[in-house]
Design a protein around this ligand. Structure first.
Ligand code: HEM
Length: 221
């Protein structure tokens, strides 16, 4: 699959769609932040996600998916820029494609920086004992919610999360429909619908994620 450009694009699409499905599941789980119970539901959910062996196995698929999406993106980027001695003359790129479509590498890099900072904030502390002293909640679980509140109460975190989620919105706004196009799902009747669904997903999912730091920053404690 890695030997041809089409094979690499197929891999980008498949890993991209897999990461999109993770985004939806992670979002639904994180909605426990809004349960207004001091974080009990959120902490139980985090414990379940960490201890369930099936989810543990799926996590490794997720890490593999992120790394593969990144590696193939890098190969495609350098392949496109170095394979031909003279650059193609680009005729009217601006009117043929959106800024997001022309900036997928930049946007993907911003999303990657966001993910690294995000993993350092929570995943590293919760699953790898990054040095933060967790309190124990009323159910006897590690109080991850308290750490989420601590983070999202700082203006720096709020702003960096909002920037990261804006980059995610732009990345998805092209990536979602582009994945279907690469998989060959081009159809007079269905393509416009896929584009609308893709755009709705790209707007609603990052907005729903953004509502979490905004809710904690403005409405908690
Ligand atoms: C802004 C709202 C978000 C909140 C409150 C949040 C919260 C968390 C927390 C608490 C964890 C560590 C515990 C766990 O694994 O469940 C986590 C892990 C993770 N988050 Fe997020 N997250 C948010 C947005 C995102 C976004 C937008 C992405 C991707 C672009 C993302 C990607 C990840 C990944 C890859 C992990 C590691 C998952 C694993 O180990 O299985 N998160 N998140």
């Amino acid at each position: 699959m890695l030997s041809s450009t089409l094979g690499k694009k197929l891999l980008m699409s498949l890993t991209g769609l897999f990461l999109i499905s993770f985004l939806l599941i992670h979002l639904i789980g994180n909605l426990a932040i809004f349960s207004n119970d001091g974080g009990l539901a959120f902490n139980s959910y985090a414990l379940f996600m960490t201890t369930n062996p099936l989810i543990g196995a799926a996590s490794y698929l997720l890490y593999g998916g992120i790394v593969l999406h990144l590696i193939v993106a890098i190969i495609l980027y350098f392949g496109n820029n170095s394979a031909r001695p003279f650059k193609y003359k680009v005729v009217n790129a601006k009117s043929n494609s959106t800024w997001a479509a022309r900036s997928m590498s930049l946007l993907g890099s911003l999303v990657l920086i966001f993910i690294v900072l995000h993993l350092k904030d929570f995943w590293w502390q919760y699953k790898h004992d990054g040095g933060y002293q967790f309190a124990i909640d009323a159910n006897g679980n590690k109080d991850l919610y308290a750490l989420v509140v601590l983070k999202f109460k700082t203006t720096f975190s709020l702003v960096t999360y909002l920037i990261g989620l804006f980059a995610l919105f732009l990345h998805l706004s092209h990536g979602f429909q582009s994945a279907f196009q690469t998989l060959g799902l081009q159809h007079e009747k269905y393509t416009p619908t896929i584009k609308v669904i893709g755009m709705a997903f790209s707007i609603i999912v990052p907005l729903a994620y953004a509502s979490m730091p905004l809710y904690i920053y403005f409405c908690q404690g």
